[in-house]
Each structure stands twice: as structure tokens, then as C-alpha cells.
Design a protein around this ligand. Structure first.
Ligand SMILES: NC(=O)c1ccc[n+]([C@@H]2O[C@H](COP(=O)([O-])OP(=O)(O)OC[C@H]3O[C@@H](n4cnc5c(N)ncnc54)[C@H](OP(=O)(O)O)[C@@H]3O)[C@@H](O)[C@H]2O)c1
Length: 277
């Protein structure tokens, strides 16, 4: 029996596939373009589209556990396919805003609807609700390529951002160990940092004289609307300008589940320094 990792090329799926393979698990990686990915030795690629549950028949054959991303077109349909395939546990990636269950907020809504589809599916589940990913700092790459000034939205907002590798570590245990069924893991990193704090850490790691400057709300909105649907921009403004989501609290969950402390932003930046050079 296999473990199926969806989003296998992504921030969490990629370290998750590696962690599971290293632990000797049989792993299948759901990818959309197998030609475009390099997977660890022994990991089986399979194609499928989470927006089309019917495309997942091969992916779900002989699978006992699924790491599932949230927010696809028909989550109840997706979970029904997973249940019919005989899968024994689903570890669903969600987010802190699922707890708000604010159906007027597009991000909260897709997280909450994904969680309720899993709850109602009859498949044993574990929910991961990570705070902001440290890898969101990669969004600053285009600015860092052109200079030392980084202009950011929501400059005053602190978050206990988490290394995706720690989310993957929790996911791997939830997929393979006992005692995780029906658990909701609120996952944070070890420090609550504002963007300027993260940029100061990056400056130290990269040996550069980086500076951080906040975008006005108007500038932030214009920039974000260029790269995502307006309902998501509204959702992030609700979280970070209206203050409907507080991601600043540091929680002990990663240490409790994995037995090791969550990685710091400095550790993340050192591990990814090449991407910034
Ligand atoms: N970023 C944060 O701070 C944060 C915080 C909490 C929760 N989250 C949630 O985490 C999730 C992952 O976010 P991310 O930004 O880190 O993305 P990511 O996992 O790095 O990338 C998305 C992954 O999903 C795959 N994918 C996309 N559409 C697909 C489809 N239709 N069928 C199958 N696979 C598909 C992509 O595969 P391809 O290689 O084929 O494109 C890629 O592997 C999101 O749902 C987000 O809401 C993010």
C-alpha cells in the first residue's frame, strides 16, 4: 500500500515526498507534468488533476494514506473518490483561517469547506493549520534581484511563520503514525516576526544591506490584484488590515508532534540562501 502526496512539487509536498521516501515508505507523487519534475529515487510519479476527481483513479489505486491540498473545485467529490478507493487516512492541509469559518472571506471559505468535506467523507482525517509559510519570502526575489530595497504589503503585521519542512515533518508522522486521527494541528514557527524582521535576517544570511519599506494599502492592493483574483486580495485585507486573523502567537505543536523544535527563519534562510543569490 502506498501514500499519495498531492502538491508533490510544492512547498510542503516536495519535502514530504523526500521525508517519506527516506523513512522507507512507498510513495506516489501526484504531478501534472511528470517531465518537469525530479523525484527522489523510488518515488512513483502519477498524473492527475485535483480539479477533476475522475482523473485520480490511477493515483488512488492501492493507497492507504493521502496528503491533500485544500480548495479544489469539488472537495466533496474528491473526498468521495478517496473514500471509495479504500484510503484509510487523509492529512488535509488547511490554514489558521479555517477556524474563523467566515464564509464571506474567500480564503477562510475554501479552507472551511475543505475541512467539512473531509469531516463528512467518513475517511479518518487530520487537519494541518499552518500559519504563514517562511517560503513566502521567495516572493521578494524579483525585488532582491534588482536592489536592496524590499517593499512589502502589511508591513506592520507579525506572524509566527513556519518552515514548510516542519509542516511536512508533521504530515509525515500523521500519515504513518498512530494517534493523529481527528486531530487539528495549529502549526507555527518559533518566533513572531514582521516582514522587516525577516528581511533583517535575510540581510545577515546573504551579507547584504537590505532595507524594508511598507507599501501603502492602495499600492499593496494594486500589486496583489495583478497576481490574484480580487476576492483573495479582499480576504488578505480582511486578515491583515481589518485584523480578522492573528498569526502572531507562537504555539508548541511542532515540538509536541515531532519531538524537535520548529526551525527558525534564519535556518530556513540559510537552507535556501542559494535561491536568493
Ligand atoms: N503560503 C502560505 O503562507 C500558506 C499558509 C497556510 C496555508 N496555505 C495553503 O497551502 C497550499 C499550498 O500553497 P503553496 O503556495 O505553498 O503552493 P505549493 O504547494 O508550493 O504549490 C501548489 C502545488 O499544487 C499543485 N497543484 C496546483 N493545482 C493543481 C491541480 N489542479 N491538480 C493537482 N495539483 C495541483 C502544484 O503542482 P504543479 O507542479 O503541477 O503546478 C504544486 O505542487 C495552498 O492551498 C494555501 O492556501 C498557504
Amino acid at each position: 500500500m502506498m501514500i499519495l502526496v498531492t502538491g508533490a512539487t510544492g512547498n510542503i509536498g516536495s519535502p514530504l515526498v523526500a521525508t517519506l521516501a527516506q523513512a522507507g515508505q512507498r510513495v506516489r507523487a501526484l504531478v501534472r507534468d511528470p517531465g518537469a519534475v525530479t523525484l527522489p529515487t523510488g518515488v512513483q510519479p502519477v498524473t492527475g488533476d485535483l480539479n477533476q476527481p475522475d482523473s485520480l483513479a490511477d493515483a488512488l489505486t492501492d493507497v492507504r494514506g493521502v496528503f491533500l491540498l485544500p480548495g479544489y473545485a469539488d472537495m466533496p467529490g474528491l473526498l468521495a473518490h478517496i473514500r471509495r478507493a479504500g484510503v484509510q487516512r487523509v492529512v488535509l492541509l488547511s490554514g489558521g483561517s479555517a477556524a474563523n469559518a467566515d464564509m464571506s472571506n474567500a480564503v477562510s471559505r475554501y479552507m472551511a469547506l475543505s475541512e467539512s468535506a473531509a469531516r463528512e467523507s467518513g475517511v479518518p482525517w487530520t487537519f494541518l493549520r499552518p500559519r504563514a509559510f517562511m517560503s513566502n519570502a521567495l516572493r521578494w526575489l524579483p525585488q532582491l534581484r534588482t536592489g536592496d530595497l524590499v517593499r512589502v504589503p502589511f508591513a506592520g503585521v507579525a506572524a509566527a511563520a513556519i518552515d514548510p519542512a516542519d509542516i511536512a515533518a508533521v504530515a509525515a508522522l500523521a500519515l504513518t503514525g498512530d494517534g493523529h486521527e481527528g486531530r487539528i494541528y495549529e502549526l507555527t514557527g518559533p518566533d513572531s516576526l514582521r516582514p522587516a524582521d525577516q528581511i533583517a535576517v535575510l540581510a545577515k544570511v546573504l551579507g547584504r544591506d537590505l532595507r524594508c519599506e511598507g507599501l501603502s494599502d492602495e499600492e499593496a492592493r494594486a500589486e496583489m490584484e495583478a497576481s490574484m483574483p480580487v476576492e483573495y486580495v479582499d480576504a488578505f485585507f480582511s486578515f491583515y488590515v481589518d485584523g480578522t486573523l492573528d498569526e502572531s502567537q507562537v504555539l508548541p505543536t511542532v515540538r509536541e508532534v515531532t519531538g524537535h523544535p520548529p526551525r527558525t527563519f534564519e535556518q530556513w534562510a540559510e537552507a535556501h540562501a542559494e535561491a536568493f543569490r
